[in-house]
Design a protein around this ligand. Structure first.
Ligand SMILES: *Cc1c(COP(=O)(O)O)cnc(C)c1O
Length: 504
């Protein structure tokens, strides 16, 4: 490969330096002996500034990102992040605010948090919002903690089960289990919704709550939501709303109105703050007034024209340091203010329209998991009539050659060979068509010569990797000899071969 970029250790050379420090103008002092390492230099690579800049810039250009192309990763809502948010988040008053500054000096930041809490409350119908959790998963963890606190506070001590539908995102059962709950799975019915029969069978005196995503992770609206909520409430349980799919219903459905007691919002999905390599995100949470006393601290509040932080009376405590991921809050606030109420509804209208456009263009070649109008995402199956050897993974890898990030694959696990496509509202018809054309072309290629798919990707910096091996037997330390062996290179002695490489 000619555009191969070696690890930074391979670029190192003894004595190379990237920083120009001023001449020492104070007397030199020896470091205390106790602070010196006895095994010499720590093995940090030695490079010039030019080399460092080029190395990282080259690597950054390998990244597929929303600024370079369409990223139809289902359930992730990879929409475009408007650049005006970056301006807002970088305003010195926000960017340099210190979380330990007194409230009197933080009134602007507090006002923004208070405003955002209210906007999110208005969109969902809830009474109290906390901006603390750093991601959707942490919002879920927070919600289950709040459910537990609520039940225990009422002397209802036997509620230790959380019901989770089989189509749910893995974070739902994981977070419930982290709180110490027993996870009980609820099956899906033939139309891709939660089975009422199975739900009834699993509800009981141990039910702490049901975690439900609506629209669900099959991209389908849970039409029986009000009946589901009634059944759960009658059994003494609470309704947790996984708000990851909020992008489909902004300004159309308020989760509170259909029976949810608590939900998380993924600001990095619905509200266009960057996902940023697994963080920082924001998983703000909202709830009814019955649950408000248990919310995590602090919440922003207002007394006359003074803003302040308040700890709810029976708060579960803190789930994140300081004020949550504040930069994300500024971006989400800017997004909501830019679009306004009508604009937010239009977001959902267009997100749903775009997904259905893709569904209709592709469903005659890629079977749909559930043959009905979808919401903001569509789940297809990579089972091609004309090419039975093709797998969803092959189709996903071939899409890379056509310049698209693959959709979510093999999730939800209840759908075999799932291809879960979420275009979002920020893609133009031209891009949607280019994506559909690529998908149809791939199906045609698969029928003509399956090796085209099996060998993909061919244009990416690396070819198909052993993904299972990488997950099951990861090599986490850099071993130069092994690295070269894997690349089929000969070891030849160069001066910096003596470099010691740290193992982490
Ligand atoms: C993304 C997602 C989550 C988890 O949210 P994070 O912010 O990634 O922690 C939970 N449920 C669903 C349905 C999701 O799509």
């Amino acid at each position: 490969m000619n555009n191969y970029e070696p690890p930074i250790f391979e670029l190192s050379g003894p004595g190379k330096i990237g920083a120009n420090l001023p001449r020492l103008d104070v007397p030199q002092a020896e470091l205390p002996q106790a602070l010196l390492r006895d095994d010499g230099l720590p093995g940090i690579p030695e490079l010039t500034e030019t080399e460092v800049t080029r190395h990282f810039t080259r690597i950054s250009q390998r990244n597929f990102c929303i600024d370079t192309g369409m990223y139809p990763l289902g359930s992730c809502t990879m929409k475009y992040n408007p650049k005006v948010h970056e301006e807002a988040a970088r305003l010195p008053g926000f960017a340099f605010a210190h979380p330990m500054q007194p409230e009197a000096q933080s009134q602007g930041a507090l006002e923004l948090m208070y405003g955002l809490q209210n906007y999110l409350a208005e969109l969902s119908g809830f009474d109290q919002v906390s901006l603390q959790p750093a991601a959707g998963a942490q919002g879920e963890f927070t919600g289950v903690l709040v459910f537990r606190a609520y039940h225990l506070d009422r002397g209802d001590t036997e509620r230790n089960e959380i019901l989770v539908p089989d189509s749910a995102h893995g974070t739902n059962p994981a977070t419930a289990a982290m709180v110490g709950m027993k996870v009980v799975e609820v099956k899906s019915g033939p139309r891709g919704n939660c089975s009422i029969e199975d739900l009834k069978a699993k509800l009981g005196p141990h039910t702490a709550g049901l975690m439900l995503t609506n629209p669900n992770t099959l991209g389908l609206f849970e039409q029986n939501i009000q009946e589901i909520a009634r059944l759960v409430h009658e059994a003494g349980g609470l309704m947790y709303g996984d708000g990851a799919n909020f992008n489909a219903i902004l300004g159309i459905v308020k989760p509170r109105d259909v029976g949810f007691d608590f939900m998380h919002y993924n600001l990095h999905k619905t509200f266009t703050t960057p996902h940023g390599g697994g963080g920082p995100g924001s998983g703000a949470v909202g709830c009814t007034k019955e649950l408000a006393p248990y919310m995590p601290a602090p919440v922003a509040d207002k007394d006359g024209d003074r803003y302040y932080f308040r700890t709810p009376e029976k708060s579960i405590g803190r789930v994140k340091s300081f004020w949550g991921n504040f930069g994300m809050l500024v971006r989400a606030w800017a997004y909501i203010r830019t679009l306004g109420a009508a604009g937010l509804k239009e977001v959902s209208d267009n997100a749903v329209l775009n997904a259905n456009y893709i569904r209709v263009r592709l469903q005659h070649v890629y079977p749909v998991a559930y043959d009905r109008t979808c919401m903001h995402e569509v789940v297809l199956k990579g089972q091609l009539k004309e090419a039975p050897q093709a797998r969803t993974l092959d189709i996903a890898k071939r899409l890379i050659d056509y310049g698209f990030h693959p959709p979510t694959v093999y999730f939800p696990i209840s759908v075999p060979e799932a291809l879960m496509i979420e275009p979002t509202e920020t893609e133009s018809k031209r891009n949607l068509d280019a994506f559909c054309d690529a998908m149809l072309k791939i199906a045609q290629e698969a029928a003509e010569d399956i090796n085209i798919l099996k060998n993909a990707p061919t244009t990416a910096p690396v070819r198909r990797l052993d993904e299972v091996g990488a997950a099951r037997k990861p090599i986490l330390t850099y071993d130069r000899a092994r690295f070269r062996e894997l690349r089929g290179e000969h070891e030849h002695a160069t001066p910096d071969d003596q470099l010691t490489v740290p193992s982490y």
